[in-house]
Structure formats: structure tokens, C-alpha cells
Design a protein around this ligand. Structure first.
Ligand code: ZN
Length: 391
């Protein structure tokens, strides 16, 4: 950490002092104390280390629990200096005793209060929620910028994800537009992921933008991006891969194939609407094609033109597949129905849906499914794009 309290009771921020001054304090063994636990802290510095205060070994302070490593220290300080360039009140390491939390950086813009955390250590989901809630209880929004080591790119638009990243997407202050931020203090670069869509259990589609910190304005963090045009192509490829996937006698698709077979359907011939992209924040922990297929087979396939069904009933039907009923389909289902509506298959009438006369095509062959997906998704993404363009 950068801030400690001197013997005289003054707050000392190391980055404001010269190398000589800091070396002098070290030599004289000047005493400094942690602002939170009041225990003694020591100065760490060296050729390759940004000077910072650290607790003595075996001190049990919550401020040292998240790690006080050099990487974190360097990044935090760079981010602080960067944020200080903009027209807002920016403070480093602000301690909030009411919630026993310390923000790496605290910003005020008019009435708005913002905590910026540069998170380099992997912490539990509970801890992330606890801290986010803690800030919220003081009317503070939080933005988490993750250490660059968590950014794992798999392809031009695909990234590896995990439970840790999931949590940040879910607790994003912007529910309708979650993003992920990554900072690399050695390259001084910020990477921002937009438009997150789950592809597989640990793989996500996203549009990545990378900025040198010197070229990045604070407001860029909040800028919305257009869905990249290559999304349709990538999605189509993913659907194609799924349809043709051959699994041993254990995987999700294998089990789904068997269930479908008993009902008289083939997985590879399913209509394109069983493979609609659901944005990440609304996704449930089971694969999107699985519940969309279950919804199709158990309900949509039998719905005739002009038939009406309550959305609550659809939800109940989905819940019936998952015995533990821990799955919350609400957000995902709403988005799914909206997409079906945009594609012309249903009308949404407050709490129910009405089936239109547009035919849902169950494909007669794999070849037809492939061609059908192509025209369906091309149109699907074009329509969607046009709708969002004027946002
Ligand atoms: Zn302490």
C-alpha cells in the first residue's frame, strides 16, 4: 500500500516522496503504522520495486489479505496517476472504517462516488459480493479492473472464462451492458471486453479493445460498442460445430440426443431457434442450446398459429427439467422470447406469447440445417444490428 500513518500521526503517501527521502526513512528506521489495523508497517523498495508499505509477517490485517504485491502496487499507482488527469476528485487508498474496506482509488464526480479496485489476487465470489455490497451501502459504485493475467485469449473473438470472471460480469454495475476490464502495468495497457456471449462452459465470445493508458480517456470505460459484424459468422460456426459434435455416452449433447430421439427428433435437424445467442449476464449455468431445445420440443413445436401461452407456464416447464430448481431462467427466457419476437415467430402480449403463422422449420437433413442456419442467422443478426444502430 502507498499510505501509512507516521509517528506524528500524519498520512504519508510514498509516491509523493523522493527516492532519497524514502531511503532516509528506511535507514533511520522511522516508524509507520497501518491506517486500518494500526499495526506497524515497513517500507519495501528497491531497483525493480515501486516503494510501498507492507505489513510485518503474521500480522492479521484485512488490508494485507488481498495481497500487497509489487505488481498490484505498480498498477494501482499508474491507474491513480492516469485518473488524476481528468476533471474529478481522485484519491488513492481511501479507507472506509464503517465497512472495513479500502478502495484502491476513490473518485467523486459531482454526486457520484466510485471505487476503483485493481484486483490481482483471486478472491472468492462471496468476498467480491461482500465488497461490492459494502460500497453500495455507502452509495458507492465499484469498478473492478483485473490483473492482465486473467485475460486469456483463445481466438480473435474468443476468451477463456471461469468462476472468478463470471462473478465480475454478474456484479457489473451496468446490468444491461456488462464489461470486463484488464490492466497490464508492464505494458501500461488496458483491455476492455464488450458484448460477452457464452459459447461453451469456459469459453466466451467478446469484442476486445486495447488501449495504451496514455491514449485512454476515463469516459472510454463507459462507452458502448457496436456488436462486431463478424459475430454472426462466429456464431454460425459454433452452431455448426454443436450440431456435428459427437460425444461419448456421458456428455450433455449425448444425453440430449437420446431424450430427443425418444420424442422423435434428431439433434442435428433442430430448428435454428434452438441455438439463439443469449448475452452473458442473462445466461444460466446450463448450455443455451439445451434449454432452448427443451422449450422447443415441450412447447413451441406444438403451438399452432394463434395459440397463446403464459410466460409463467413456459418458465414452469423449464424449471421442471431441473429438479433442484436452483436455476433462474427469468432473465434468459425474457431475452429469448424477445429474440423470437424479433424473428417474427411470436407476439409478446404482456404476460403471454401468441404464436404467429411463421413456420418454425425442423430441418429434413443435416445439409438443410446448415443452409437454414446460414440464412436464419444472417437475417437474424442483420435485423438485430439495424435495431441497435440508432442507440
Ligand atoms: Zn493493517
Amino acid at each position: 500500500m502507498q499510505c501509512a500513518v507516521s509517528k506524528a500521526g500524519e498520512s504519508v503517501f510514498l509516491f509523493r516522496h523522493s527516492q532519497e527521502q524514502i531511503a532516509g526513512w528506511k535507514q533511520n528506521k522511522d516508524l509507520f503504522y497501518c491506517p486500518a489495523c494500526k499495526e506497524r508497517v515497513i517500507i519495501r523498495s528497491g531497483d525493480r520495486v515501486i516503494p510501498h508499505f507492507a505489513h510485518l509477517p503474521h500480522t492479521e490485517c484485512f488490508l494485507s489479505a488481498g495481497g500487497e504485491g509489487a505488481y498490484h502496487e505498480r498498477g494501482k499507482l499508474q491507474l491513480f496517476k492516469w485518473l488524476s488527469h481528468f476533471n474529478m476528485q481522485t484519491e488513492l487508498e481511501v479507507y472506509f472504517p464503517e465497512i472495513l474496506q479500502r478502495a484502491d482509488i476513490f473518485i467523486r464526480i459531482g454526486q457520484k462516488k466510485l471505487a476503483i479496485e485493481f484486483q490481482c489476487a483471486r478472491i472468492s465470489q462471496e468476498e467480491i459480493f461482500r465488497r461490492t455490497q459494502g460500497y453500495k451501502s455507502l452509495g458507492i459504485d465499484s469498478i473492478w479492473i483485473l490483473g492482465a493475467k486473467y485475460l486469456k485469449q483463445k481466438g480473435p473473438y474468443t476468451f477463456q472464462t471461469n468462476h472468478f470472471l463470471d462473478t465480475f460480469i454478474c456484479s457489473s454495475p451496468r446490468k444491461d451492458y456488462p464489461q470486463l476490464f484488464f490492466y497490464d502495468p508492464f505494458l501500461s495497457e488496458m483491455a476492455i471486453l464488450h458484448h460477452l456471449y457464452p459459447l461453451q462452459a469456459s469459453k466466451v465470445f467478446a469484442k476486445q479493445l486495447v488501449y495504451p493508458l496514455s491514449k485512454l480517456h476515463f469516459k472510454h470505460l463507459f462507452q458502448k460498442e457496436k456488436v462486431p459484424s463478424s459475430f454472426s459468422e462466429i456464431w454460425l460456426k459454433e452452431v455448426h460445430r454443436l450440431r456435428n459434435k459427437v460425444e461419448g455416452s456421458y456428455g450433455t449433447i449425448y444425453k440430449l440426443r437420446r431424450w430427443l430421439y425418444q420424442k422423435g427428433y434428431l439433434f442435428q435437424h433442430l430448428p435454428s431457434i434452438c441455438f439463439l445467442p443469449i448475452p452473458y449476464q442473462a445466461a444460466v449455468s446450463i448450455p443455451f442450446y439445451k434449454w432452448q431445445t427443451e422449450l422447443y420440443v415441450s412447447c413451441l413445436a406444438n403451438l399452432k398459429t394463434g395459440d397463446r401461452i403464459d410466460i409463467a407456464q413456459l418458465k414452469k416447464m423449464l424449471d421442471s427439467f431441473y429438479s433442484k430448481s436452483t436455476m433462474d431462467f427469468s432473465a434468459g427466457l425474457d431475452i429469448y422470447l424477445l429474440l423470437l419476437h424479433q424473428s417474427g415467430y411470436i407476439e409478446i402480449q404482456s404476460t403471454s406469447i401468441l404464436r404467429t403463422n411463421q413456420e418454425i422449420i425442423y430441418y429434413p437433413s443435416q445439409e438443410q440445417a446448415f443452409l437454414g442456419d446460414q440464412s436464419f442467422f444472417n437475417q437474424f443478426f442483420t435485423v438485430k444490428k439495424a435495431k441497435y444502430e440508432h442507440e
